[in-house]
Design a protein around this ligand. Structure first.
Ligand SMILES: Nc1ncnc2c1ncn2[C@@H]1O[C@H](COP(=O)(O)OP(=O)(O)OP(=O)(O)O)[C@@H](O)[C@H]1O
Length: 280
């Protein structure tokens, strides 16, 4: 196989046989998940299924008990800061901003990880440092614009409405210039308009070439957003496939959705109609 062919078939991110045991509890058991370039993958499953644990394994926060995670075919470093530099960024289920810092400063935190300005550069504040700082600010402003946060750069992050704080978290993650973005419940606590704006934002992020993995409880959101969906139940992948395959799978309806089939079908029909309106 030529190098070009090899690259074309290479997964951006691939977890194989990932098992995570905490004391006596197996939170993940032999999980396989992979992400193709420019794709959006959804991860759904009931509370405690292991979704966040898997994210923690994909970002170097946890070293799997067994199995491996490869980023572009290379073993992931077991240090979250190195994983960020290697190209994986994430947001958290509970927003983790620096509440007293300004909106712009929060994005600059992400940017600095990418700039890798060492302590020596900061002490001397030479011309290179100043230029780097100026460029970082420009880039941070562009990112704020991109996520739809305009005119609030000097506000303290804690003063932003909830939905905007989620956008800011995404801007900060994008500031590290990731290849892969992991979003942990990006629409939690959002109203329907904010949820729709978040969906459009994720599409725009994907369109810039970033591959995305999303954890969400809102299945309608996931089915209308993702190219493929994995369903985790009790630490194992129950089903993986296209949104259509997953939502029609009786095991998913029974084991995860846990609601009457008619109700699920109504949700599914609504999601499909939504997608149809989008496509037409
Ligand atoms: N650091 C840890 N130490 C011990 N047990 C843990 C740890 N992290 C997670 N667990 C356990 O692993 C299991 C999976 O938890 P996890 O948070 O990954 O689930 P989840 O699918 O993200 O759930 P939710 O939807 O509620 O966020 C749970 O039983 C949880 O209690």
């Amino acid at each position: 196989m030529s190098a070009a062919q090899h690259r074309a078939t290479e997964k951006v991110l691939a977890a194989t046989g990932v098992t995570m045991v905490f004391g006596g509890l197996t939170a993940l058991n032999d999980v396989n998940i992979s992400l193709d370039e420019g794709r959006i993958v959804g991860l759904i499953g009931p509370n405690g299924a292991g979704k966040t644990t898997l994210f923690n394994c994909l970002t170097g926060l946890y070293t799997p008990t067994r199995g491996q995670v490869l980023l572009r075919g290379r073993q992931l470093p077991s240090d979250p800061a190195k994983v960020t530099v290697a190209g994986i960024a994430r947001t958290f289920q509970n927003i983790r901003l620096f509440p007293n810092m300004t909106v712009l400063e929060n994005v600059l935190v992400g940017r600095h990880i990418q700039m890798r300005q060492g302590p020596i550069a900061s002490v001397f504040h030479g011309p290179g440092f100043k230029r780097g700082e100026r460029e970082a600010r420009e880039k941070a402003r562009e990112l704020l614009e991109f996520v739809g946060l305009r005119g609030v750069e000097s506000e303290a992050a804690r003063n932003l409405p909830y939905g905007d704080q989620r956008r800011l978290e995404i801007a900060r993650a994008l500031a590290t210039e990731p290849e892969v973005l992991l979003l942990d419940e990006p629409t939690a606590g959002m109203n329907p308009q904010e949820t729709e704006a978040a969906r459009q934002l994720i599409f725009r992020i994907r369109d810039t070439g970033v591959s995305v993995v999303v954890i969400e409880h809102d299945t309608k959101f996931i089915f209308s957003l993702c190219d493929s969906v994995s369903v985790l139940v009790q630490g194992e992948v129950l089903v993986e496939g296209s949104p259509e395959t997953v939502r029609d799978d009786p095991r998913v309806i029974e084991a995860y959705l846990g609601k009457p089939r008619e109700e699920v079908e109504a949700d599914v029909a609504e999601a499909a109609a939504h997608q149809h309106r989008e496509d037409s």
